[in-house]
Design a protein around this ligand. Sequence first.
Ligand SMILES: [Fe+2]
Ligand SMILES: [Fe+2]
Length: 286
Amino acid sequence: MKIGSKEHKELFCHSFLKSHLEYEPERLSWPNLDNIALESLQTIPFWREALNTEQEAGVMVNAFAAKISDPLLKEAIALQGMEEVRHGRLIKFLINQYDIQISPPPEPVLPSNIKTAFLDFGFGECLDSFLAFGLFGLARDHISYIPAALFDIFDAVLDEEARHIMFFINWVTYLQIQEGKSNWLRGINALLHYSRGLQDKIKAFSGSNKEQQEGFTATGASNFIDNLTPELLLSTCLQENTRRLGVFDKELLQPQLVPNLAKIALATLRLIPRRQCHSITQLSEP
Ligand SMILES: [Fe+2]
Ligand SMILES: [Fe+2]
């Protein structure tokens, strides 16, 4: 199968459409939480940002789907829009169910250029999902006071995000090949969108809002996981990324840039103590 061909489009669209899960957030088996679990959930400060992101995504992705003329692509992107709206409902339900206090997020506003917004959002999701896969894996392994049933609910959400980034990276490559863009131009485009996605994240978590500022430190998860090192976080992100994306058809493209950067960062971090040891040995040699 040739990447950018009609067969490629059919494979990534059908793979996305067929793997859709039917569920209603309000009817899931939300577990009762003891006081420790409840308090820990209530003090995680990123719920408002998460709700805002999912609600904005739902509106924007649905608006983008409405502009697509290819029926198969339209169906797939509309399904993603529906899933993002459902993520917003799921987080809203969790906030109400566990009495989490947040100030209401702003009403979603449609961006002026929806295609650019969808591209920025898609690359941003590649970045977010990679980090979320690792943080979730660490939380599930290290936080015993949260019931497994609650982890199960978010496990399904992360599998949906894995489907979204797989769909996105294949769609954007298909689109750019159809538009006649060369390899290097596609690389530059990806870098531009990634950097805008990163800037959006930094803006979201460094705003004047106290919840936003607290949210940034919470994403480090060090409040919840003892002895969390950058090495442990990066290696778990890589393992979880491989595990979650490993279930997809091997002919499909996978997001590469973020995992590759993480591999470089991890190799560099692993090199630092060895260099220090080496220089200590050298110093102690007669
Ligand atoms: Fe989502
Ligand atoms: Fe998503």
